[in-house]
Design a protein around this ligand. Structure first.
Ligand code: GLN
Length: 550
């Protein structure tokens, strides 16, 4: 049943989400699921994440540390949880949605140097905590939201998150009934004893209480069903109402979490605790239709992702999710195979790529594994396999084509070989004077105009698009004519700078490279048109291969 579109009031409601016992419990997914449910009830919701590390942003972090670096449309490099927020809510995040300890300290130290605190000793409390509180309220000041969900990264008990938790404690007093705290913990199952254990949860809540925060709602992550008697016991020991203890049991897909939470009435309990009367049911029909497709899919599409961080699922999170969404909308199960670019070469390409219906060449930085990407691209181009190059993947498409079709054997990007005689990919002009690495790439959404007859334009169904970027190097327009004449078409460009944004090989089934990252804007309810079109081509190719083999 559709619900009433209702904007709450001038004063938005705040939901703080903390985590205890262990990290990686999925606070981001829980926050995103709650936001998804509130949005489906017609409310305006946003989610912000506070990360307790000293880096100003995760842009300089190796993916092995924290997985993919997500990029907002307004050009901030952020934690990958913001990707979940967008995928679950279909609402864009901004630079205000991700804050780190480093950024808070930087702001306070800048103010100190300006003389803003003249005469005062600058301290964690109140100066850092005030800065955190100011930031938490920033999104509220826009007047755009009814609910602001604030996820505090890290685990309660960590030294790093103390200033954030102190800010939450103070805000809970100031905001009175307009805020709640949801605490997510872990209930382990001891195989030897065949028992679920609640003690870590009790201790974690005690820790939170010691810091002056009483959680209103507990969500228990578990691999096994937690009996209601045990939940009542946890409620009693933790000063939480019995109907406010929820379980979040492992599910086959993260996209099932909103439904699992709604079936336990999480959204209603949250609303009641915030003094809002829940009306009707959330409008989840499009989400449920997606889940129906996901459950009904029986045939498989096999996609290979060629990259160098293949040991780590989170390194290509947004690409994985964009592929999964596209496969689901095409009524297919996704069989995603990670192909280590360092282990790929011309001799084994046939064996490693032969079974695939489509290939993604991943984004990245630096030389490691680059030759494997060239080998994959040569093989895919020669065997006419649907191929999608993203950012560095697109740059590799250009280099491979230059080497093997244009005969420029030493062609390269100046990122990999600064003295290459054929710099088909080169540092962007505005990057040449930049020496700092943090936050200095071409970041965020820029316009791109597509050639009307291109496969890219047909895939999008339009010629003007805006997509997010994260790069320093670009296609060198000095070589453009040579590429065009030999059959690699530069079909998308930035209208202001003429920077090449999209290349394709028109003679092939599907061979497109984008300088931008379309994966960042793919959501469950708005799957990305390029991923959909790539997926359809991969399915058609898979079927054609099957028919040939019959
Ligand atoms: N390293 C390349 C550049 O900076 C590509 C970056 C990426 O793939 N995100 O241009």
């Amino acid at each position: 049943m559709a619900c009433k579109k209702s904007h709450l009031r001038v004063q938005p409601k705040y939901i703080f989400v903390t985590g205890g016992v262990v990290s990686s419990l999925g606070k981001g997914i829980i926050s995103a699921s709650l936001a998804c449910l509130l949005k489906a009830r017609g409310y305006r919701v946003t989610i912000q994440k506070y990360d307790p590390y000293i880096n100003i942003d995760p842009g300089t972090l190796n993916p092995y540390e924290h997985g993919e670096c997500y990029v907002t449309a307004d050009g901030r490099e952020t934690d990958l949880d913001l990707g979940h927020y967008e995928r679950f809510t279909n609402v864009r995040t901004t630079r205000a949605n991700n804050v780190t300890t480093g950024r808070k300290y930087q702001n306070v130290i800048d103010k100190e140097r300006r003389g803003d605190y003249l005469g005062k000793t600058v301290q964690i409390v109140p100066h850092i905590t005030d800065e955190i509180k100011r930031n938490i309220k920033l999104l509220a000041n826009t007047g755009n939201y009814d609910f602001i969900i604030t996820e505090i990264g890290g685990t309660v008990g960590d030294i790093e998150s103390l200033p954030f938790l102190e800010a939450v404690r103070q805000l809970r007093w100031e905001l009175e009934e307009n805020s709640i705290c949801i605490h997510l913990t872990y209930v382990p199952f001891l195989h030897a004893a065949k028992e679920l254990k609640t003690k870590p949860t009790q201790h974690s809540v005690k820790k939170l209480q010691e810091l002056g925060i009483q959680p209103d709602i507990l969500i228990l992550r578990t691999e096994h069903d937690i009996p209601s008697s045990m939940r009542r016991k946890i409620a009693q020991f933790c000063n939480v109402a019995p109907d406010a203890v929820f379980q979040s049991i492992d599910l086959p897909s993260i996209y099932e979490v909103p439904v699992a939470m709604h079936s336990q009435h999480l959204d209603e309990v949250v609303l009641r605790k915030l003094d809002v009367t829940p009306e009707g049911e959330p409008h989840m029909a499009p989400w449920l239709a997606f889940l129906d497709k996901m459950h009904a899919a029986s045939e498989t599409v096999t996609i290979g992702l060629v990259g160098k961080y293949v040991e780590l699922q989170d390194a290509y999170k947004s690409i994985n999710e964009a592929l999964f969404q596209a496969a689901t909308y095409c009524d297919r199960k996704l069989d995603l195979r990670y192909i280590h670019s360092e282990k790929l070469n011309d001799a084994n390409a046939d064996e490693k790529l032969g079974d695939l219906d489509g290939v993604i060449i991943a984004p990245g930085f630096g030389n490691r594994g680059i030759d494997g990407k060239f080998a994959a691209l040569k093989w895919c181009r020669e065997h006419d396999v649907p191929t999608f190059g993203i950012c560095l993947g697109m740059q590799c498409m250009v280099i491979e084509f230059a080497r093997n079709v244009l005969g420029l054997h030493e062609a390269n990007s100046t990122e990999m070989d600064p003295s290459t005689p054929a710099n088909v990919i080169d540092l962007m002009e505005e990057q040449k004077s930049i020496s700092n690495l943090g936050g200095t790439m071409r970041l965020g959404a820029y316009d791109c105009v597509l050639r009307p007859d291109s496969l890219a334009a047909k895939s999008y169904g339009r010629e003007h698009v805006s997509e997010r970027h994260r790069h320093r190097f670009e296609f060198n327009n000095d070589f453009r004519r040579q590429f065009e004449e030999a059959g690699m078409a530069c079909v998308g460009e930035n209208p202001d700078t003429k920077l090449v944004e999209v290349v394709e090989l028109p003679g092939k089934r599907w061979f497109i490279g984008t300088q931008y990252h379309p994966e960042y804007s793919a959501t469950v309810l708005s799957p990305h048109p390029l991923f959909l079109s790539f997926m359809k081509a991969a399915i058609d190719y898979g079927q054609a291969k099957n028919n040939e083999n019959k």
